[in-house]
Design a binder for this molecule. Structure first.
Ligand SMILES: Cc1cc2nc3c(=O)[nH]c(=O)nc-3n(C[C@H](O)[C@H](O)[C@H](O)COP(=O)(O)O)c2cc1C
Length: 211
């Protein structure tokens, strides 16, 4: 193993938020992508991807993702809808739907249905109002636990904590041990800038002793 001796230290408080954004996103990667569907209080479906996303607990199954406050200091439709309704669905993003997912991330005006704009099929959910994305093989219906704000103003975080009420796994994608077939699902991750990665290049590392 190589030990590094020289480092350049970047103090975040002395930089523009956008510069910190680029540095952060180029060193925390690849990030999984939550493709999040919500409905507005008027009942209009909304769909957008978020790569500030992770699984954070199993009892109950819990996830977090963060729709950041926009550069113009307004909140994203996804966050407004979740605060108003307390419900959302997280779907995974496969290689097959990457372009359409990207299209759904365009800055459409409030009230525009991104399912229709990006060509996705709305499938009714079982426990929540937001529809599921028929082109994603894994969907998680979620109830809002809490929104945690970190900072304020443009590019600040709004961490949405969700309780996963149920998983929907497409036929043929669930293995007998209860896990999703990683090879088949062919997920993509977000890197820095416009770059993405796949999970096709994998290796195994057994748990270390002592057990
Ligand atoms: C792959 C990908 C990941 C993204 N991740 C985030 C994210 O974690 N947080 C965020 O605020 N915006 C993220 N975006 C941008 C949002 O998807 C975009 O702002 C979208 O228009 C928000 O839609 P809404 O206003 O309907 O909620 C991402 C975009 C892409 C393509």
């Amino acid at each position: 193993m190589k030990t590094f001796t020289e480092y350049q230290t970047i103090v975040t408080g002395e930089r523009e938020p956008r510069a910190n954004h680029h540095t952060l996103l180029s060193c925390v990667l690849p990030r999984p992508i939550a493709f999040v569907s919500t409905v507005s209080p008027e009942g209009v479906p909304n769909l957008a991807p978020f790569s500030f996303f992770n699984a954070v607990g199993s009892s109950p199954p819990a996830i977090i993702f963060s729709p950041a406050t926009r550069a113009n200091n307004t909140d994203k439709d996804t966050l407004n809808n979740i605060k108003a309704t307390g419900e959302f669905v997280v779907q995974v993003v496969t290689h097959d739907i990457k372009e359409a997912m990207n299209q759904a991330s365009a800055n459409y005006p409030t009230g525009v249905n991104e399912f229709e704009q990006a060509g996705f099929t709305q499938v009714p959910s079982v426990h929540v109002k937001p529809p599921r994305v028929g082109e994603s093989p894994v969907q998680m219906e979620c109830k809002l636990v809490q929104v945690v704000k970190v900072g304020d103003g443009p590019l600040s975080a709004n961490i949405v904590i969700g309780h996963v009420l149920c998983f929907h796994v497409a036929d043929g994608y669930l293995l007998e041990n209860g896990t999703v077939d990683v090879e088949k699902v062919d997920l993509v991750g977000r890197m820095g800038g416009d770059w993405y990665s796949t999970i096709r290049d994998r290796f195994e590392l057994g748990k270390p002793g002592p057990v």
